[in-house]
Ligand binder design. Structure first.
Ligand code: GN1
Ligand code: MG
Length: 355
């Protein structure tokens, strides 16, 4: 069936007063398929197909999102609003067993793939901190839709499994980065170890705070976090580090010219300022202590995941060419070196901002 007809059919099963006029594809996500549905009414919509290979519990993903959205909306906090179906569920299952959900598109909004000003970095910090500050007292159950999502030991195990079955060609191509992972992994366990020792609490976290998942208005003020697919229990250190991973990189995740990749320390300071402002009353001393380390940990884990997918012949992330995953891994490992070079400045800034 033609895509337009398919989207129209799915859209019409949701409860709206609007008529489908057309659609646009959002292409920045690596997992799900997301479309802007343009209607004849004042509201347009975001229609999303959940990738069932990655998200085995697609219905739970949608339920988690709706629960968190309801919780925030009841508090008067701006977030995405989900639309029920004519059968009063929040998902449609199509003939190919894919699950779809619909939310309102927030008009006059924009997202960025990269940051280009201190103000945007600051606003992004406010948005992440605000989300975490408002979800910290959420007590209802959330399904762990992707178990061990940011667990370093789990990701390392997956990497080792991939190594045993990887093709010779791909292993050879990745040899330098495989060694880097093996040499660095122990150091990168620092946050997971602190969580296991119960030094770091688990809270509701977003788990995918890259800059393109933060919505801004036309004045470049942050509106809210979007892409609630991975909201589940986690550490705020994941969200802080993952956000800085994309906010401070001077190049996109897909950049292959490594000379363009650096760590923008001014964006780091501005993001941190906004983040700490919005979460100052909830963040613990221990969490503050581990904030600096979370940046390199999140950059590393993303490099590790891209590398693992390359060794697995690209079964997880969407790729546009055969070396795409290894290029992304090299990009992240290059960024890691840049982050390390700013270690002292990062430590000093966080210390001064919190004492
Ligand atoms: C994936 O699909 P998307 O673009 O929202 C991934 C994140 C990674 C991100 C890297 C469920 O997110 O963990 O940080 O790519 N999501 C999942 O860009 O694995
Ligand atoms: Mg995501």
């Amino acid at each position: 069936m033609e895509l337009k007809q398919k989207l129209l059919n799915i859209f019409n099963q949701f409860k709206t007063d609007a008529n489908f006029k057309g659609f646009q594809t959002f292409s920045s996500g690596h997992i799900n398929d997301t479309y802007l549905i343009i209607t004849n009414s004042s509201i347009n919509y975001v229609l999303q197909k959940i990738n069932g290979t990655v998200f085995k519990k697609a219905i739970d993903v949608i339920h988690n999102k709706v629960k968190i959205s309801d919780f925030l909306l009841q508090k008067g906090v701006k977030t995405i609003r989900f639309i029920p179906t004519n059968k009063n569920t929040f998902y449609i299952e199509d003939k190919e067993n894919n699950y779809w959900n619909l939310s309102e598109f927030i008009e006059n909004s924009q997202t960025f793939l990269q940051v280009n000003s201190n103000d945007i970095a600051y606003q992004a910090g406010l948005a992440t901190g605000t989300f975490l500050a408002h979800t910290t007292d959420y007590t209802d159950n959330l399904v762990e839709v992707l178990p061990s999502f940011h667990s370093m030991s789990f990701r390392f195990q997956e990497f080792q499994n991939a190594l045993t079955s990887a093709s010779k060609t791909r292993k050879e191509k990745a040899i330098k980065w495989i060694s880097l992972v093996k040499e660095t992994i122990e150091k990168m366990m620092v946050i997971e170890n602190a969580i296991q020792l119960k030094k770091i609490p688990l809270r509701v976290t977003h788990n995918d705070t890259k800059i393109s998942n933060i919505l801004f208005n036309e004045q470049n003020e942050a509106i809210c976090l979007i892409d609630l697919d991975t909201v589940m229990q986690g550490s705020i250190l994941f969200d802080y580090g993952d956000a800085l991973r994309t906010i401070c990189s001077t190049a996109s995740e897909d950049e292959t010219d490594l000379s363009l990749i650096n760590f923008n320390v001014e964006y780091f300071k501005n993001y941190t300022k906004g983040f700490l402002k919005s979460i100052s009353t909830q963040i613990t001393k221990e969490e503050l202590f581990y904030l600096p380390k979370s940046i390199s940990v999140m950059v590393f884990i993303m490099g590790l995941r891209f590398l693992t997918d390359y060794l697995n012949n690209d079964i997880y992330y969407k790729t546009k060419y055969s070396e795409h995953n290894i290029d992304r891994a090299i990009n992240q490992f290059t960024l890691l070196q840049k982050v390390d070079a700013y270690e002292h400045e990062i430590n000093d800034y966080i210390k001064s901002a919190t004492t």
